[in-house]
Write a protein that binds this ligand. Structure first.
Ligand code: EPU
Length: 431
């Protein structure tokens, strides 16, 4: 088993370069299925979720060429197989984008129900509602989402989402680009990766208007052609390192970001007494004094992102005073709280609300990365804690953070990867 070992207490100094956005990449790569020709996609993050999507595309018959560490060329012209391999698809959430993309291209798709982080119920009824509004018949059976269009080609439709859903918005967009006529998505999500997917598709010849607002209109076109596209920087990766500096203290320039995408995170850090200075494509984050308490409520963009909730909670554990965190998106995003308690944090959870009483110091402990962002939060807590923190199940972290250990070590963190024999890892932990 791979673990991260962190000796806390080092302040962070230097520069961190942000990679391409995970949640944009995992939608843009399946979108290549809709394109006739070669898609050159740049600023791809090297994370295991991306590796899995590329593997699935290859299994379907796509040609994937690695051009450089961050650039791939994907050619789906010769894809004929529409059955997505079960073992690969169930490992990630984003495999649901294959339904929209395959339905749009072939009028038929069979995709295993997706996996991903356990954040409580993760229904896909709104995705299905969208496909049905465009004339598809959708059935969920034997662990598979089976969708087909009786006439072969989807028809534009009107879809009102019952809740703001990132996945449903993107999936319906994917299905709609090659449909006949106009599709209107109302109450659409507005996250930066929604705009990025629309920009990618438009640059390949799609006709999508309104991405980034709550009404998106997609006028179907006959075909998409190949081209080049560069993925936006990862808002959440940047936010995670901003939170790391806030917790550990120090001064770090976080580069290759779109500062506007970070406004919701920056605003909260400023309230907490952290200094954030915006540059053109970077933010300088400094924390020398004490951390002030604040309240956080997670919401769809431009609200405070749920994917930053555990990381900011790690910082609030060390704030002066009591903070209230309210989770507004997922039913169960506090599974990490027990791990924080092992490190000396004082947190009470009641349903979707966590009350955090700041403590002066946290102490290192063996902890478990229960999901991607919870794992990132363990790293942040470990950087600020006194003593040694050992984090297991770091494969969750590697699903979404490229070279996290290297990036943090380069700014002065004492963090390393250790390999522990499985028998050793299975022993009960003391601490
Ligand atoms: N929802 C439904 N029905 C649906 C779809 C969603 O009830 O058909 C509900 C969900 O249960 C949830 C809310 O709507 O309560 C929002 O879910 P959304 O569809 O927006 O989430 P998602 O598309 O499954 C993506 C990200 C998540 C991120 C959320 C919210 C990907 C692959 N995943 O999930 O990212 O938390 O949007 O921003 O893009 C992460 O990166 O750590 C992560 C979990």
């Amino acid at each position: 088993m791979t673990k991260y070992l962190i000796k806390g207490g080092n302040r962070l100094h230097g520069t961190i370069e942000i990679s391409g956005a995970k949640n944009a990449a995992v939608a843009i790569l399946p979108a290549a299925l809709l394109v006739d020709g070669i898609c050159r996609i740049e600023n791809i993050p090297q994370i295991s979720d991306v590796t899995l999507i590329l593997q699935i595309l290859q299994e379907l018959g796509a040609e994937v060429r690695t051009i450089s560490r961050t650039t791939v060329e994907v050619d789906c012209t010769r894809v004929r197989n529409r059955q997505v391999p079960y073992e690969l698809a169930r490992k990630i959430r984003a495999s649901y984008y294959l339904v929209g993309a395959l339905l749009g291209r072939f009028g038929w798709a069979e995709v295993p129900l997706p996996g991903g982080c356990d954040l409580g119920g993760r229904p896909i009824d709104q995705h299905i509602k969208g496909f049905v509004a465009m004339g598809a018949e959708v059935d969920v059976r034997n662990g598979l989402i089976c969708a087909k269009v009786p006439g072969g080609r989807l028809q534009g439709g009107q879809v009102y989402l019952d809740m703001v859903s990132v996945g449903a918005t993107m999936n319906i967009m994917l299905a709609a680009v090659l449909a006949e006529g106009l599709t209107v998505i109302e109450n659409a999500a507005k996250e930066p990766h929604i705009v990025d997917l629309a920009n990618f598709l438009n640059s390949m010849g799609a006709d999508i208007m309104g991405a980034g607002t709550d009404v998106i209109k997609v006028r179907g076109v006959e075909r998409l052609r190949g081209g080049s596209y560069s993925i936006i920087p990862d808002q959440i990766e940047a936010g995670t390192y901003m939170a790391a500096v806030a917790a550990a203290g120090g001064e770090v320039l976080i580069q290759n970001v779109i500062p506007k995408h970070l406004d919701c995170i920056t605003a909260k850090l400023l309230e907490m007494g952290v200094d954030v200075e915006e540059r053109d494509d970077a933010v300088m984050v400094r924390r020398n004094g004490p951390i002030s308490r604040t309240n956080i409520k997670t919401m769809p963009y431009p609200g405070f992102p749920t994917d930053m909730q555990p990381q900011i909670a790690a910082v609030l554990c060390l704030a002066q005073g009591t903070s209230v965190v309210t989770e507004g998106v997922w039913d169960n995003r506090y599974r990490y709280v027990d791990e924080f308690r092992r490190m000396g944090a004082s947190i009470q959870v009641d349903g979707k609300v966590a009350v955090i009483e700041g403590v002066e110091t946290m102490t290192g402990a063996p902890v478990h990365a229960c999901d991607l962002r919870a794992g990132a939060a363990m790293v942040i807590a470990g950087l600020a804690a006194k003593g040694v923190t050992e984090i297991d199940s770091v494969h969750h972290i590697e699903r979404g953070y490229e070279c996290l250990v290297e990036k943090l070590a380069a700014v002065g963190a004492d963090i390393k990867v250790i390999e522990v024999p499985d028998e050793e890892a299975a022993k009960p932990q003391v601490g």
